[in-house]
Ligand binder design. Sequence first.
Ligand SMILES: Cc1ncc(COP(=O)(O)O)c(C=O)c1O
Length: 344
Amino acid sequence: MNIENLVRPNIRALMPYSSARDEFTGNGEVFLDANENPFETEVNRYPDPYQRAIKENLAPIKSVRPSQIFLGNGSDEAIDLIIRIFCEPGKDKTIISDPSYGMYQVSAGINNIEVIKVPLSENFEFIAENMLKEADENTKVAFLCSPNNPSGNALDSAEVEKFIQSFEGIVVVDEAYIDFSLSESFTKKLENYSSLIVMQTFSKAWGLAGLRLGMAFASEEIISLINKVKPPYNINILTQKAALEALNNEDKVKAEIKLILQQREWLQNELTKLVITEHIFPSDSNFLLVRFKEAKQLFDYLIAKEIIVRDRRKVRFGDNCLRITVGTPEENQKLITAIKNYQP
Ligand SMILES: Cc1ncc(COP(=O)(O)O)c(C=O)c1O
C-alpha cells in the first residue's frame, strides 16, 4: 500500500522542529546548546527525544527493530497523532468497532473527524465484512481493539487479518491487554502489512499506568511520520528512567501476569456461583465483563462499601453489565465477600 498517499498534504509538507538534541547526539562534555540550567539535578537536561535506550531494550522483547517503535505519553498520544497524520478535519473519517475503547471516538471528535461505528456481534465478535462494507474512500484509519475493552475477548485473528488485507487505509490494532491473552501479537505481522500499526502500553501488565507510556509498532515509514509530528521531548526523563528499570526486570512482570491470570480464573469461579450473576463474558484481559440481575443496585452497593467497579450498562450490548478489574487476591476476596453479603 502507498502510505504517502494516505498522509494529509500539510503533514507531508511539514518541516519538523529540530531540537538541540536532534542536532547534536554525540558525546559532548560541555552542553551550552539548549538554554538549560547547568546545575545538576536529575532533570536539569532535556530528555532524549527518541528514547533510544528504551527502544534498544524493548526491541528484542517485541521482536522488532528500534526504528519500528514510537513511544508516546500514553497510548492516547499515539491515537491522537495517528488521526492527525492521516485524517483531514471535516473531510476524512475513522472507523471503529462498537463497543470499544472510548478514546478513539474522543480523539477523532477533538480533531473534527467523523467516526463510523460498526457493531460487533452480541458476543462481541468481530466480522471483517461488516466493517469493510461501511468504509468509504474517505475512511483513512480503522481502530480495532484486541483483546477488546470493555468486553475482554480477543478478536478472531483470521478476521482481523482479513480486514487488514482488504481495508484501503491504516489499521490500528490496539493490544493494550495482549500480555493477558494467549493470542499472538500482530507485531508478528508487521513485515507483511505496511498499513498496520500495533499499539501496546506500559499501563496494564507492566504496572506503570502512572508513568503514561504507550508504544506503537509499525513500519519505519509510519514511525518516521509519527516522529515528525510528535512534540520534540514527549517522554520526560523520569519516565524514561523508570521504563528502563522495568524493562530490566521483566521477570517481575511475568510473575504478576501469572498471578493475575490465576486470580481471574478464581474470580470467574466465585462469580459463577452467585445467584445474581447472569453471564460472565470470556476474557483474554485483566478484567471481566459481568452481567448481573440488577447491576445498578449492585454497583451502588459496592460503592457504599468503597469497592469501585466500572458501570458499563450504557455501552452497546452491555445491559446490566459491570466491568471488574482483577485485583490482588485480598482485593478480589473483599469483592466476593461483599457481593455474598449483598441483599437485593
Ligand atoms: C484498549 C485500551 N487502549 C489504550 C488504553 C490506554 O492506554 P494508556 O494508559 O497507554 O494511554 C486503555 C486504557 O484503559 C485501553 O483500555
